[in-house]
Design a protein around this ligand. Structure first.
Ligand code: KIV
Length: 259
């Protein structure tokens, strides 16, 4: 597990890091040969369950989806998001992080925030929980519309300081979500650990996208999402073909029956 993290760290300034989400075995299996990191993100709340916020995602949901994803992951580093309120103090955070690590057999967990949660970060790392940070837009905190971060100087300074602080405390990588281009560059250049961007420009050490968005399974108009596939159309086409053959009694033939 530690060597997988070392592999990620070594990619800094050499080769871009590929990170994708997965909430289940079959998707994880398809991604695993190409990804460095597979994240079981709490974005599953909006993507799979249509929740208005990731705050509604429970620890049990994260654990069950992670157990499924684990079955499809052989090579990538597996990271699991700690959902809202599961790291509200040091004791709760450690108890829940240990539970996630034990039950899902993941390699690391991710939590959102900087200086406001730094005591928790410190405590988890002191207790040997491999940790990924998350700065910029923090979906567990944000209310109302998602706006990019780093427009105002005060906000820029805070995010920069937080990134340094997280690194100093020992996180192995930081997700930068919707961070303004030049700020993402400044952070990435200043840190020794890799940054993984989502909506944060080319200036990060790696990129992450929600897999359902990337393959065109989830409908989204988010600016930074590029659809690399149209899987929903493929599914509909396959189902149309199935229906046609069942209605016309072409399927199942003898080949698909037990005699
Ligand atoms: O929940 C999630 O999927 C995430 C990524 C989008 C970074 O945190």
């Amino acid at each position: 597990m530690i060597s997988k993290i070392k592999k990620i760290l070594k990619k800094k300034n050499k080769s871009k890091i590929i990170c994708l989400t997965s909430y289940s075995k079959n998707i994880a299996e398809a991604i695993d040969p190409y990804a460095d990191i597979i994240l079981v993100g709490d974005s599953l709340g909006s993507v799979l369950y249509n929740y208005s916020t990731t705050r509604k995602v429970t620890l049990n949901q994260m654990i069950e989806h992670s157990k499924s994803a684990r079955l499809g992951i052989k090579n990538s580093l597996m990271v699991v998001d700690m959902p809202y309120k599961t790291y509200s103090n040091k004791r709760i955070a450690l108890k829940n992080a240990k539970r996630i690590m034990k039950e899902t057999k993941c390699d690391a967990v991710k939590i959102e925030g900087g200086s406001s949660i730094i005591k928790i970060v410190e405590h988890l790392i002191k207790n040997k929980i491999p940790l990924m940070g998350h700065l910029g837009i923090l979906p567990q905190t944000v209310r109302g519309k998602f706006k990019f971060k780093g427009k105002k100087i005060k906000e820029r300074n805070q995010i920069f300081k937080d990134a340094k602080l997280l690194q100093d405390k020992g996180v192995f990588s930081i997700v930068l979500e919707c961070v303004e281009t030049t700020l993402a560059k400044q952070i990435t250049k200043s840190l020794e650990i890799p940054t993984i961007g989502i909506g944060s420009s080319q200036n990060c050490d790696g990129q992450v996208l929600v897999i359902d968005d990337l393959i065109g399974l989830n409908e989204t108009k988010t600016k930074f999402v590029k659809k690399f596939g149209r899987i929903k159309n493929n599914i509909s086409q396959a189902v149309r073909n199935f229906k046609k053959e069942v209605l016309s009694k072409k399927y199942p033939t003898k080949k698909y029956s037990y005699n």
